[in-house]
Design a protein around this ligand. Structure first.
Ligand SMILES: [Zn+2]
Length: 256
């Protein structure tokens, strides 16, 4: 598996196509803000890093531990802008702080991915994580070629989370052993693709999908989905921000 060193705090440049997707996503987060009880701000460069890890780890899902920087509170004006009229304080650990750090913790199938390997629970983890002894505030796992909707196993795993759980759904080609699967019920939060793609499996159908961007692994990315949820079952609104904590936006196009 990838070395743990590469999972440190990330910052920096984000691919322009991903920046545009995140701006669209934030516009939806703003419009739908009253459907949530809380918001979580997530650094875009960290999301990009996770997308690359996810594609490098195929066909496995990956489990990523996330942390916030206690010196990086959410910008008050931004918080106010995305605030739900039903917002509640003190719902989860790390509320009010930007997610700035990601570490790959595990990889596996949709069940095994949630079970931490021994080395992460023992010494190696402790060295890396200091006194936190293997605990992360938030957790994200991936759904390769499937929507970002929690399974029963996902909901169970979330019961141990002190922060929030996130799921990143990725639609990409070449698909390998994982054709796109979307026989799920639930609310999907997509980055970029607004209409459900027709359910076609053929070569030509796949090649008609719009390509949002190309990953360093060579995969064409057709869709990204991202949701966050609290262990009690309610959704948490995600706001994608740059390294200064400012949301990505298409303000020049005055979308709001
Ligand atoms: Zn899952």
């Amino acid at each position: 598996m990838k070395s743990h060193e590469e999972g440190g705090a990330q910052s920096g440049m984000v691919e322009p196509w991903l920046e545009a997707l995140m701006a669209d996503y934030n516009r939806d987060s703003f419009k739908q803000r009253n459907q949530y009880k809380a918001q979580i701000h997530f650094r875009g460069s960290v999301l990009q890093e996770i997308v690359w890890w996810a594609l490098q780890s195929l066909p496995d899902e990956i489990l990523v531990g996330l942390d916030f920087d206690g010196s990086k509170p959410v910008i008050p004006e931004v918080h106010e802008r995305y605030k739900s009229e039903f917002e509640q304080q003190d719902l989860f650990q790390g509320q009010g702080f930007v997610v700035t750090e990601a570490h790959i913790v595990n990889r596996g199938d949709s069940y095994s991915v949630h079970h931490l390997p021994e080395e992460w629970i023992d010494g190696l983890y402790a060295q890396d994580r200091g006194s936190r002894a293997g605990r992360f505030t938030h957790w994200l796992h991936t759904h390769p070629n499937a929507p970002a909707l929690p399974s029963g196993a996902d909901a169970d795993a979330a019961q141990e989370t002190t922060g929030v759980d996130l799921i990143l759904g990725l639609r990409f080609t070449p698909e390998g052993p994982l054709p796109w699967f979307d026989d799920y019920e639930g609310v999907q939060r997509s980055l970029g693709v607004k209409e459900k793609q027709p359910r076609k499996r053929g070569f030509f159908a796949r090649h008609r999908l719009p390509v949002l961007g190309i990953a360093p692994t060579g995969h064409s990315i057709h869709e990204l989905q991202l949701i966050a949820f609290h262990k009690n079952g309610f959704g948490v609104n995600v706001v994608l921000v740059d390294d200064e904590g400012v949301p990505y936006s298409n303000d020049s196009k005055s979308n709001d």
